[in-house]
Design a binder for this molecule. Structure first.
Ligand SMILES: [Zn+2]
Length: 65
């Protein structure tokens, strides 16, 4: 007797699989970051959201790109 069905979808930005939930304020995106990217905020200005991925945790003291 299981009526608790989870709907799985994928983030349109990063294609990451995620569980569709009405409690997810960023849906259909996986995160605030992807939502910002899709909305164009990412490219418009230097809009930075803290990245939670370990392999992107490069916090260099030099701001030289
Ligand atoms: Zn995403």
């Amino acid at each position: 007797m299981s009526s608790h069905t989870k709907t799985v979808t994928s983030c349109p930005v990063c294609k990451k699989t995620l569980i569709w939930s009405t409690e997810n304020p960023y849906r259909p995106f996986c995160s605030e970051r992807c939502k910002a990217i899709d909305l164009g905020n990412w490219a418009n200005e230097d809009y930075r959201i803290p990245v939670e991925e370990p392999n992107e945790l490069k916090d260099t003291p030099y701001d030289d790109e």
